[in-house]
Design a protein around this ligand. Structure first.
Ligand code: KG4
Ligand code: ZN
Length: 340
């Protein structure tokens, strides 16, 4: 039988405690995700201290579940991969400590994984990545265009100057009275309405690959508040459709601009907001102008935070010889470097 590589992967950067077992970097044997969303909903956002406590309660159970579901034991493992940043420091530390404990106790190599590289590698479960590639990474904390020269070589070419796309979705959702996180619900509402408000499209004509969502968010909030003051009621579906039309336009515009400049084999769409139906459809449409570029969209189930993607990214790092010592620390502000 061919040798199989098994990686136990940990993800705890925000409000999902997740442990996965990944075979050869591309097959999910287990991907346990314990979400804390219900605990954070009442606060309208993630409370870091609450997140850390939940991670501590859940992590050992997730490890046991993952090993059982994958039908493997510690002796079968080849390495342990863990998200060490970016994210909430107290949350990250729980995954890092757990991964170190397993690596130390079972004498396994420890592979440090950047959470954003993990999001990119969610696409690996659809198709092998080919380089050079470009990734549009859209999550609750980040919105960036990343150039991938090789499997572990990530360089930022553009990013948001203010809010992340998911953050903007969640903030306007709050104004609409939706519960946190509201991206998915706004996406669904958007499909029942029309872009009747024509909110601004920021930075479209600037000569860079950066984004901005705070102007859109403010325009949205001002429109809703003004209507409240004059006692007018606005159509929620039209508001959602108008917000989404602007957000998707801005994301698609800069992505296409990057595809014109960089000769790449693939475009990868990943991160929590990559689940957005409007964005997925728009990129399908835009890519018809680039027949030589393969569009890989992260599977819907793996767009949000999960350890399977960390295992896939960890496998590439493992192959590249990347290892961490047992003094690995959480790096809450970890970032890819910029392309020179
Ligand atoms: O990547 P992720 O799970 O967590 C971070 O690392 O930030 O992203 C979560 C974000 C939230 O802001 C959520 O509202 C957004 O992804 N989101 C969506 C959709 N599904 C989740 N945004 C727009 N449309 C969606 N369908
Ligand atoms: Zn994430």
């Amino acid at each position: 039988m061919a040798e199989r590589n098994l990686i136990l992967a940990f993800e705890s950067s925000c409000d999902e405690t997740s442990v996965a077992v990944i075979e050869n970097g591309s097959k999910i044997l287990a991907n346990i995700v314990a979400t804390q969303i219900n605990s954070h909903k009442r606060f309208g956002g993630v409370v870091p201290e609450v997140a850390s406590r939940h991670h501590i309660e859940a992590i050992t159970l997730c490890v046991a579940d993952a090993l059982e579901q994958a039908q493997v034991s510690y002796e079968d493992l080849d390495a342990v991969a863990v998200t060490y940043g970016p994210g909430l420091v107290g949350a990250l530390l729980v995954g890092v400590a757990a991964a170190k404990a397993v690596a130390f106790a079972h004498n396994l190599p420890l592979i440090p994984v950047n959470h954003m590289a993990g999001h990119i590698y969610a696409a690996r479960f659809v198709s092998p990545l080919k380089f050079p590639a470009l990734a549009l990474l859209v999550s609750g904390g980040h919105t960036e265009l990343v150039y991938l020269a090789g499997p572990t070589d990530f360089k930022i070419i553009g990013e948001t100057r203010d809010d992340a796309a998911g953050e903007a979705y969640d903030k306007v959702g709050r104004v609409l009275g939706l519960s946190y996180p509201s991206g998915k619900e706004i996406d669904e509402l958007a499909h029942q309405g029309h872009d009747s408000f024509h909110f601004p499209r920021a930075m479209e004509n600037e000569d860079n690959f950066d984004f901005s969502f705070s102007g859109l968010k403010s325009a949205f909030i001002n429109t809703v508040h003004h209507a409240d003051q004059v006692g007018e009621s606005l159509d929620k579906a039209d508001l959602a459709a108008s917000f989404q039309a602007s957000a998707v336009d801005v994301l698609a515009h800069k992505t296409v601009k990057a595809l014109r400049k960089f000769d790449v084999k693939q475009l990868i769409l990943a991160g929590g907001v990559a689940a957005n139906k409007g964005l997925r459809a728009r990129l399908d449409q835009e890519l018809t102008a680039f027949p030589e570029v393969e569009l890989i969209k992260a599977p819907l189930k793996l767009c949000g935070d999960n350890a399977a993607m960390i295992g896939a990214a960890g496998y590439e790092a493992y192959q590249a010889g990347i290892r961490a010592d047992l003094d690995l620390n959480a790096e809450p502000s970890l970032e890819f470097e910029w392309l020179d």
